[in-house]
Design a protein around this ligand. Sequence first.
Ligand SMILES: [Zn+2]
Length: 243
Amino acid sequence: MFFDAHLHLDHLKEDEIKKYLELSKKNGLDYFFVNSTSLKSNFQTKELAEKYKEVVPGFGLYPLESTKKDLKEFEKILETQKGKFFIGEIGLDFKFADDAQKKEQNEIFQKVLDLAKEYDVYVNVHSRYAQRQVVEILEKNKQEKVIMHWFCNSEKYLRKVADKEYYINLGPTYLFHDEQKAMIEKIDKNLILFETDYPVEISGKAYASFELKEVINKFCNDFNIQLKELEKMQKKNFKEIVH
Ligand SMILES: [Zn+2]
């Protein structure tokens, strides 16, 4: 079995979601870490997970779609959740943020990290123009259960998170950026997960979960790992995250 370790489905209609999951399953993708961004998307993800057992729900407050006012309602979502879940998508995005926005993002991030520790679940972490800050907060908070989303930009921080044994998601950008291979070469392959971040476009194309095999196959070729062997590693990781 393989799984998509980070995607979004809240923009799709019900019949489209059904088709999406069916097509993915036909192509060997069995589970989906569906992230939420706004309060509305958290409710959608919750419903989706109740309907499809292959959906692992992520509840999150995405830095660009949340305010502190959302925290109370967010806590209620976690309190009423019955099945397994992770916390995502959360993190920091400083690309266009002013100082007040940075401060608010920090406060929300800190709070949801604490909630993840309280519930003893994994976090799926976004960082843009804020890699150093994200790593510092995770370290300071002694966060142990972490999945780093879209994180192959800086060798320095990649090493840092690998040392902490955080999972590192590899996405479709891996197909076009050879420098990622050189960076991954030096870290433990057991820490690698695969993600599409669907429907985010990468080089003008939204990669769907069923196309993740392209990334997986390239990874196997690059590091001389048998597909069966990788599948075993992924299964073990899945069990560790969704136990
Ligand atoms: Zn995302």
